[in-house]
Design a protein around this ligand. Structure first.
Ligand code: CA
Ligand code: CA
Length: 145
């Protein structure tokens, strides 16, 4: 993935709409973060730090998911909170990560991110269906540094 392409081609409105749509069926919270920095540190570690910094470990059901992109490092990581880890294994996230990587190679940035949000939403809806008292605990947005 070319960093500049990724950053410029990401269709923010579509991605936010995809998050909103996914969260209509689950109490889980989905967020997208794009790091514009280049770091030597392991991407998963950076993603986990960011997850904590964004207060994503403070949802009621511990069921937030962060899709973390570091285009300058040509890397990405998906972090799910502990409630999600208790219910489903690593294979799902590995599969979503792999698909994203493949699509990025083809230059399908927004489509791939929207698809990944859809899949994440389906998984969350299965394990954490929407509840009548659901709140949007984390605003739907692409966050950046
Ligand atoms: Ca919610
Ligand atoms: Ca939300």
């Amino acid at each position: 993935m070319k960093a500049s392409d990724f950053i410029h081609q990401l269709d923010e409105a579509r991605i936010v709409a995809a998050i909103t749509e996914a969260e209509r069926r689950t109490s889980g919270e989905i967020r997208v973060f794009v790091s514009h920095r280049h770091r030597d540190k392991d991407t998963m570690e950076r993603a986990k730090e960011r997850f904590a910094k964004l207060g994503m470990a403070e949802t009621r059901d511990r069921n937030a998911v962060l899709l973390y992109f570091a285009p300058r490092d040509q890397a990405l990581a998906i972090v799910g909170d502990q409630g999600i880890h208790e219910k489903c294994g690593e294979e799902f996230w590995q599969a979503v990560t792999h698909e994203l990587e493949e699509e990025f190679k083809r230059g399908n940035f927004s489509d791939a991110v929207v698809a990944a949000i859809g899949k994440t939403g389906e998984l969350l809806a299965r394990h954490f269906p929407i509840r009548p008292d659901d709140e949007d605990e984390l605003p739907n947005a692409i966050l950046r540094d």
